[in-house]
Design a protein around this ligand. Structure first.
Ligand code: ZN
Ligand code: ZN
Length: 563
């Protein structure tokens, strides 16, 4: 077996480069500064050829990662920090971090293509404000890096990987089938590189894919690259085998990870694979480096404890929710294989939609006395709307009297509407017996014709009604009380006002005489209103022949200034 010769990445702390930093395009995400001018992070994208300055560790990390992907040999930038603590190594580790979304060109792939690096020079400058108070430290960090591949090779690799994955036609395949196809491809095409000339290309995925020869590091990074690009969760595991440095991969099927080692299965017939989708117990001849044995790594990458089923599925007794139901769509559940997560044929079931989460009702259209209104509530999750009607308002009308007396031959305009809905209007007045009392259809003016009784009805446009009983006799109807709506009021010069004298009973036939104070503050108009003439205080007085009086004190102020 070919188990030796597989070198791990070596970190050399020697070479020193004085190359000029290439001009670099910066995206909008990065803070940058040209010379001493400070710029806020994210303030536009500009080309800077001199100095890259970051306010935050995160921006610096993203920049470093971008430069590593482009295989830049010398990377220099400045980061603001609160302390003098060296962050060079932490930044590099963060730039190489792998998450579920890490693309195939980053994370482990980057890590495995760095041959050596040096962090030097590392300069720290304390920055003070004008009051000589310490503001922050500027860490100017330079990374000198050697890679196993060039940017040109990586660009060729990008094309080649996409083409191979296209040819493999993986789109409609499940995770297992994708893994199998990629694994078969690599095992069949890539053979072990025994070259001892010192050429380091054999450590690269580029050599594995393009030159079809590589050592374990090339196999493992190619597998990682192709799996991730095909949407399969994959990591590279570094460790030893029989005391010799080695690297292999883990891939996720369902919720669990399995070991695969393309280096050792290369050249084998698929039926004879010995290192394909194995548990840890089945991988005893592989020993992980300490970093892959921690509790946090195991939690993030849980290994399968049972052998992969290879089609001999072990169906779960419970349904797995594949797609959660929402208020706008059905969910899906099915029975899965406990080992490979395959879905049992015919087990798919719909999960009922959830009910909407409505907000409170909002009035879209107000109800009136004529029409129903409308209210609406909206689901906070999906925006679905529910509409409901609001009842028509009940119209109401009242008259200023419910029963009155009149004298034969008397005409009265005293019966009137006391209250009504503001949108409403009189449709008609009518009398139950016009030969006793007739009423003006529009005006409500009463005319007593002969002795008897009649009911006067006012009908509003809304349909609301009010009635008043009228009794006609030969007796004169005399006022028993008169009053103004208010005893005191205010007017402005130039205004006119209705007197609105209340007479009880409303059909009293007494003649009313009005007078105003003689100080020229008020005057009476021909149509029985009063007009404010000048500032001052005056009275208006109403008097009946029988001696009833009512008085109202009016203060006239200067005309309102238009502001
Ligand atoms: Zn299965
Ligand atoms: Zn909803």
């Amino acid at each position: 077996m070919i188990q030796g010769g597989c070198r791990m990445r070596r970190i050399r702390r020697v070479f020193c480069l004085f190359s000029i930093l290439a001009a670099v395009m910066l995206g909008g995400t990065y803070a940058w500064a040209d010379g001493q001018n400070e710029v806020v992070p994210g303030a536009g994208s500009v080309v800077s050829t001199s100095k890259h300055e970051f306010y935050a560790f995160e921006y610096a990390k993203d920049y470093l990662k971008q430069q590593l992907v482009r295989r830049e040999n010398e990377i220099t930038f400045t980061v603001r920090q609160d302390s003098r603590k060296d962050i060079g190594k932490a930044l590099l580790e963060a730039a190489l971090e792998v998450t579920e979304d890490t693309p195939g060109t980053q994370g482990d792939y980057l890590d495995l293509h760095i041959e050596a690096y040096k962090i030097s020079p590392y300069q720290i400058t304390a920055v003070y404000n004008t009051k000589r108070k310490l503001q922050y430290y500027e860490h100017t960090i330079t990374y000198s890096i050697r890679y196993y591949t060039t940017w040109d090779q990586e660009k060729a690799m990008n094309e080649r990987v996409s083409q191979v994955l296209d040819d493999l036609d993986l789109d409609d395949l499940d995770t297992y089938e994708k893994i199998e196809k990629i694994y078969n491809y690599v095992c069949k095409r890539v053979s072990y590189d025994y070259d001892t000339s010192g050429n380091t290309g054999k450590f690269s995925a580029y050599n594995a894919l393009v030159k079809k020869k590589a050592v374990c590091q090339g196999y493992a990074s190619l597998i990682y690259r192709m799996m991730r690009q095909a949407g399969v969760e994959c990591r590279v595991i570094k460790g030893t085998s029989n005391g010799v440095a080695h690297s292999w991969n883990i891939v996720r099927i369902g919720q669990k990870y399995y070991n695969i080692d393309a280096t050792w299965d290369a050249g084998s017939d698929p039926d004879d694979y010995k290192y394909f989708l194995k548990t840890e117990a089945e991988f005893k001849d592989h020993t992980r480096e300490a970093q892959y044995k921690t509790a946090s790594f195991s939690a993030a990458y849980p290994m399968a404890t049972e052998s992969y089923c290879f089609g001999n599925h072990e169906w779960s007794s419970e349904y797995t929710v594949d797609v959660e139901a929402t208020c706008s769509s059905y969910g899906i559940q099915s029975i899965h294989c406990l080992r490979c997560d395959a879905v049992k044929e015919g087990s798919l079931r719909q999960i009922k939609k959830k009910s909407h989460t409505y907000g409170s009702w909002k009035v879209v259209k107000k109800a009136t006395i004529f029409e129903e209104g409308e209210k609406q509530k909206t689901c906070k999750v999906c925006g679905a709307k529910r509409t409901s009607s609001i009842k028509k308002l009940t119209a109401k009308v009242t008259l200023n009297a419910s029963s009155v007396r009149m004298k034969v031959g008397q005409i009265s305009t005293g019966l009137a509407i006391k209250s009504q809905n503001s949108q409403d209007s009189v449709k008609r007045w009518s009398s139950s017996n016009s030969s006793v009392v007739s009423v003006g259809r529009k005006t409500g003016k009463l005319k007593a014709k002969k002795k008897g009784t009649a009911v006067i009805t006012v009908t509003m446009a809304s349909g609301a009604k009010a009635t008043c009983k009228v009794t006609v006799s030969t007796k004169t109807i005399k006022a028993t009380a008169i009053s103004f709506p208010k005893k005191k009021t205010t007017m402005r010069v130039g205004e006119t006002m209705e007197l609105n004298l209340t007479v009880k009973p409303v059909t009293a036939s007494d003649k009313i005489t009005y007078v105003v104070s003689k100080n020229g503050v008020l005057s009476l108009t021909k149509d029985g209103k009063i007009k404010a003439k000048k500032t001052g205080v005056a009275y208006v007085k109403a008097t009946t022949k029988s001696g009833l009086t009512a008085k109202c004190r009016i203060t006239v102020k200067s005309a309102q200034k238009s502001s």
